[in-house]
Design a protein around this ligand. Structure first.
Ligand SMILES: [Zn+2]
Length: 217
C-alpha cells in the first residue's frame, strides 16, 4: 500500500469513529443498530463491525472488506455490509454510506404509503436539496441477498432510500455529506409527524425544479 493509501484509510477510520460517536450522542443510533461505511481508492470498503455500538467504535477494529465481501482486516463486518457493497457497485459517485434505525424515519417506514416512489413530502428546501426523492423499498429479512439486489437497483437513480419496517440508507460523496443528508431526512420525518393531518404548504414542482437546477447533486 502507498503512503497516501495508508493515510487515506487511517483518516477514514478516525472519521467513522468520530461520526459514530456523534450519531450515538444525538440519539440517531442506539444499541448495536446501524452501520457506516466509506469507500477506499482500491475499491475495498471500511464498514462498522457486527454487533457493535456506533458510540464506542475503535479505529483499528473497523472492518475492511473487499468488493466481493471478504474480510481483509479488522473485526467481522456488519451483516448489512452486503447492501453497502451493492450501493457502491451501482452508484459510482457514492463514497460513503449511512444506515441507521433512527426513530422518526423508521416510523415513516412502517406506514402504508399511497406513493412508494417518494414517501416524505417536500416541506423544506434543505430536504429537497439533501435528500430529494425517497423511495420505499419492500420489507426483506436482515441479511437476505434479495435486499442487496433491491438496494443496488434503487441506488442507480437515488442516493437516499427507505427500507420498509427497517430504516433509511443514505449515500454521499463524503461521509459528512451522507450524514448531513441523513440528519435532514430524520428531521423531515419528525416534522411530518409533528404536522400530522394539518394542511401544509409544500414546495411546488416549479420550486423543486428551481432548487435542482441551482443545486445539482
Ligand atoms: Zn438495519
Amino acid at each position: 500500500m502507498t503512503e497516501n493509501a495508508v493515510s487515506q484509510e487511517a483518516q477514514l477510520r478516525n472519521k467513522i469513529v468520530h461520526f459514530g460517536r456523534l450519531l450515538y450522542e444525538r440519539r440517531l443510533a442506539h444499541g448495536s443498530a446501524g452501520n457506516l461505511s466509506a469507500l477506499l481508492d482500491d475499491g475495498s470498503i471500511l464498514v462498522t463491525p457486527t454487533d457493535t455500538c456506533l458510540g464506542f467504535l475503535e479505529p483499528g477494529r473497523i472492518s475492511k472488506v473487499s468488493t466481493t465481501g471478504e474480510l481483509i482486516a479488522g473485526d467481522r463486518p456488519s451483516r448489512e455490509a452486503c447492501f453497502h457493497l451493492a450501493v457502491y457497485a451501482e452508484r459510482p459517485v457514492a463514497r460513503a454510506i449511512v444506515h441507521l434505525h433512527s426513530t422518526y424515519a423508521v416510523a415513516v417506514s412502517c406506514l402504508c404509503h399511497d406513493n412508494a416512489d417518494d414517501v416524505l413530502p417536500p416541506l423544506t428546501a434543505y430536504h429537497v436539496m439533501r435528500v430529494g426523492k425517497l423511495p420505499l423499498l419492500k420489507y426483506f429479512r436482515p441479511g437476505d441477498r434479495a435486499l442487496a439486489r433491491a438496494v443496488g437497483e434503487a441506488a442507480r437513480s437515488h442516493h437516499a432510500m427507505l427500507l420498509a419496517n427497517h430504516g433509511p440508507i443514505v449515500a454521499g460523496k463524503t461521509l459528512e455529506e451522507a450524514i448531513y443528508a441523513y440528519e435532514e431526512l430524520e428531521e423531515t420525518a419528525k416534522l411530518f409527524f409533528m404536522i400530522g393531518n394539518r394542511k401544509t404548504v409544500q414546495l411546488s414542482h416549479y420550486e423543486i425544479a428551481e432548487l435542482n437546477t441551482a443545486f445539482p447533486s
